[in-house]
Write a protein that binds this ligand. Structure first.
Ligand SMILES: Cc1ncc(C[n+]2csc(CCOP(=O)(O)OP(=O)(O)O)c2C)c(N)n1
Ligand SMILES: [Mg+2]
Length: 334
């Protein structure tokens, strides 16, 4: 990677960190309602993984989705507006935190049902293979989702049909308030891949370049027609499961120990030591990111609420639209 690309990875991680901090603040002020699952502490996983994709590759993830949306290039203004439930949001204010999506960027969500998105992601990979598009799917899930039936059904078919998909488990040790040692028979999530004969490995999820490297290899493997892989990024969420979590299941010391390896600070230090940027340049990036976040909040505040009639929009696909889509030649269908 060249200097600009490295600095861009840093900027994206900082953008996610500040976006999430601001979202927490806005939630406390009552400007954001519903659920809010923050990604603070896990930034290196999304940024490293998405940087290994081509623009047309597909991304499907679970409800802790803000970081992935921003890494895939979603406009922070539209993301913040979605949290505020405004008409200018990514889903016109009707999806909220857990359902970010951006069809243009092949970012298909944001799913609230644990493991429910795996068959969808696997289906997108099947479509890519069937239509010979050479687009790879990155499917992100939590450690908790590896115990769900859809995980096993999806990995089985993906391996059987050699589908172009990479399953990436974010192992943050917990599913809500339950430690994975109390929920999973196997402690290493990637070892579950051997049941389906697919390449599997663990990677340090606090190091953006290591994540990027691991995902790049898996993406190349998938794109060349060899099939799926299962990766496990070891990471940690600094905040509770959601904003409503009193965090009675873990000790403060555990959180503090993980913070010592903070992915954003760690990467900033590496870049400075490597001579890729100076302290002044880091400060300039920080100020720029702050401006973007302030702009996003302003945009969300000033945007209109959805009209009542929006309740009836986007519920069903019009039959005419369906027919038109079916008539498109194979390979151009969306
Ligand atoms: C099928 C299903 N069961 C239970 C829930 C409630 N639930 C929401 S998040 C969650 C924990 C998932 O943990 P993990 O997959 O490790 O993701 P993380 O929150 O750690 O990122 C559970 C059990 C749900 N949303 N869907
Ligand atoms: Mg988890």
């Amino acid at each position: 990677m060249n200097q600009d690309e490295l600095v861009e990875l840093y900027r994206q991680m900082l953008l996610i960190r500040r976006f999430e901090e601001k979202a927490a603040e806005m939630y406390a002020l009552g400007k954001i309602g519903g659920f809010l699952h923050l990604y603070i502490g896990e930034e290196a996983v999304a940024v490293g993984a998405v940087s290994a994709l081509d623009r047309s590759d597909h991304l499907v993830t679970h409800y802790r989705d803000h970081g992935y949306a921003l890494a895939k290039g979603v406009d922070p203004k539209r993301a913040m507006a979605e949290l505020f439930g405004k008409a200018t949001g990514l889903d016109k204010g009707k999806g909220g935190s857990m359902h970010f999506a951006d069809v243009e960027r092949h970012f298909w969500g944001g799913y609230a049902i644990v493991g429910g998105h795996l068959p969808l992601a696997t289906g997108i990979a099947l479509a890519s293979q069937y239509q010979d598009r050479r687009e790879v799917v990155l499917c992100v899930l939590g450690d908790g989702a590896t115990n769900i039936g859809e995980f096993h059904e999806s990995l089985n078919l993906a391996a059987l049909w050699r589908l172009p998909i990479v399953y990436l488990v974010e192992n943050n040790s917990y599913g809500m308030g339950t430690h994975l040692a109390r929920a999973s028979a196997l402690k290493a999530m990637h070892s579950k891949g051997c049941a389906y004969g697919m390449p599997s490995r663990q990677v340090d999820g606090m190091d953006v370049l290591l994540v990027r490297d691991a995902i790049s290899n898996a993406v190349d493997y998938a794109r060349s027609g060899l099939g799926p892989s299962l990766l496990e990024a070891m990471t940690y969420r600094y905040r509770g499961h959601s904003m409503a979590d009193p965090e009675l299941y873990r000790h403060r010391e555990e959180v503090e120990t993980w913070k010592l390896r903070d992915p954003v600070r760690h990467f900033q230090t590496s870049l400075q030591l490597g001579g890729f940027f100076t302290t002044e340049q880091a400060e300039t990036i920080s100020a720029e990111v702050d401006r973007v976040i302030e702009g996003a909040v302003q945009f969300a505040e000033q945007s209109p609420d959805p009209d009542d009639s929006a309740l009836w929009e986007g519920v069903y696909v019009e039959p005419v639209e369906q027919e038109a889509r079916a008539a498109e030649p194979v390979g151009t269908r969306r």
